[in-house]
Write a protein that binds this ligand. Structure first.
Ligand code: SIN
Length: 459
């Protein structure tokens, strides 16, 4: 059986070898998940809640170990990795509560001889496919609501970061969640996607990843009309208007742009700044970016870890050199950006950006902050919306009319107003347009794991 080699992106050393799950085993795992579903759906909501709470307690107790795994396999600095464990666990704790709040309704009938009752039922067996950039949080924000709803779930973590999932699933079992109610497979995205979207016992497919892969999963799922949730790509705009608090805007930009070395779907990808404050904002941004330290996430005081692999570095460098060739001004030279070698890139601000550059049209997924100047707010909104993506957007203004206009007109599912870090387990996360559909987090995040049925009683 072939093996998966898991690498540390800081050192490019192999840290673990894992057996791929065979196709036969995946099929039998799905069958066992179906049998487990018949039992788990009957466990009362309070007991499911208690088990999720116990899982959360164990995650808290293993916070350091989980954070180290995230840093080792994903590269994220240890402090940020700890933040991710807390964020991941917030989903477990939130859905431990939501398990008890899956409410039905009654509807007044149009005749006194009928009563209409609406109820929610778990969807069934869920196949989840998750990305490498949040090895813990993207797992729990699917697993916790699925289990809370009474579904069973099989997760296919990214092949680059499976170790955190393995630990999280082991802790779930230790918490008393049945083995076949929550499990993982080690498989390629293609194999898992093919099996999950076509297996008759999989009732729902949930995916976080690129829009291109999401589209093919939707296409494949259409054959059996599977229920799907898609959290896909982004190209987040960040608008700094002339009345913004510059210091807060710079802090917010750093928080959004450089989280996980710029490798999140909601990192600010395109920064639009009003001409009146452009120099002041850009100079301050460069000052703050120059203070960020880059290195192995296990070292103390590192702000930015490595990119996930060589291909990611090459792609980001293509965006930088493309911008430079088209007139972009780099805050540090190409040599300096690459000075640390390996998968490390020093962060860079690019000014004098124009609409012809890749950094404006493609998701960079790296520590690059391109700044483009605008004169008129409507022009900025038009540029911000000029994309097929609609996941996250940000703006900085202290004028409430400008803020409300931006909120209303930006075509994005997540909007940060004077806030570079809007993600939260208690809020619904998800995109418009080609950034996908369905929401994760908040009250809304359990809905994708529930079906609505109604009962009409003749009395
Ligand atoms: C993502 O990058 O897909 C998730 C980001 C978040 O949850 O904040």
């Amino acid at each position: 059986m072939s093996q998966l080699e898991v690498y540390n992106p800081s050192t490019n050393e192999i840290i673990e070898r894992l057996n791929y799950t065979s196709h036969d085993e995946i099929h039998s795992q799905i069958e066992r998940a179906r049998t487990a579903f018949e039992e788990w759906k009957l466990v009362d909501a309070h007991e499911r809640s208690a088990k999720l709470y116990q899982w959360g307690k164990l995650i808290d107790e293993h916070q350091d170990e989980l954070a180290k795994l995230i840093t080792l396999e994903g590269g994220k600095p240890l402090a940020e990795a700890k933040g991710e464990v807390i964020y991941a666990n917030a989903y477990v704790k939130w859905y431990a509560e939501e398990a008890k709040r899956v409410y039905g309704r009654t509807i007044p009938a149009n005749t006194s001889s009928k009563k209409i009752v609406i109820d929610k039922f778990p969807v069934g067996v869920v196949g989840a496919i998750t990305p490498w950039n949040f090895p813990a949080a993207m797992i729990t924000r699917k697993m916790a609501p699925a289990l809370a709803a009474g579904c069973t779930i099989i997760c296919k973590p990214a092949v680059k970061t499976p170790l955190t999932t393995i630990k999280l699933v082991a802790l779930a079992h230790e918490a008393g969640i049945p083995k076949d109610a929550i499990s993982y497979i080690i498989a390629s995205g293609k194999d898992a996607g093919d099996i999950f979207t076509t297996h008759k016992l999989i009732n729902k497919v949930t995916f976080t990843g690129s829009t291109a892969v999401g589209k093919s999963l939707i296409e494949q799922s259409a054959q059996s009309v599977k229920n799907v949730t898609m959290e896909l790509g982004g190209l987040a705009p960040l608008i700094v208007h002339k009345d913004a608090d510059i210091e807060a805007a710079v802090e917010g930009t750093i928080a959004s742009k450089f989280r996980n070395a710029g490798q999140t779907c909601i990192c600010a990808n395109r920064i639009f700044v009003h001409r009146d404050i452009a120099d002041q904002y850009t100079n301050r941004l460069i000052e703050k970016v120059n203070e960020l330290t880059v290195g192995d996430g296990l070292q103390n005081d590192v702000n930015i870890g490595p990119l996930i692999d060589k291909a990611a570095v090459e792609k980001v460098m293509t965006h930088i050199t493309d911008a430079q060739a088209k007139g972009g001004k780099l805050s540090r030279s190409v040599d300096e950006i690459q000075a640390l070698k390996g998968n490390f890139l020093k962060p860079v601000v690019i000014s004098n950006v124009n609409l012809d550059m890749k950094v404006i049209h493609e998701e960079t997924f790296g520590p690059v902050a391109p700044v483009m100047v605008y004169e008129d707010l409507d022009e900025a909104i038009k540029m911000a919306n000029d994309t097929e993506f609609g996941l996250a957007s940000y703006f900085f203004t202290n004028d409430y009319r400008t803020g409300l206009k931006l909120y209303n007109e930006l075509e994005y599912g997540v909007v940060g107003w004077n806030d570079g870090g809007p993600s939260a387990a208690h809020a619904p996360f998800g995109g418009l347009k080609e950034s996908g559909y369905g929401r994760e987090g908040g009250t809304e995040g359990i809905e994708p794991y529930l079906e609505t049925k109604y009962l009409s009683i003749g009395i």
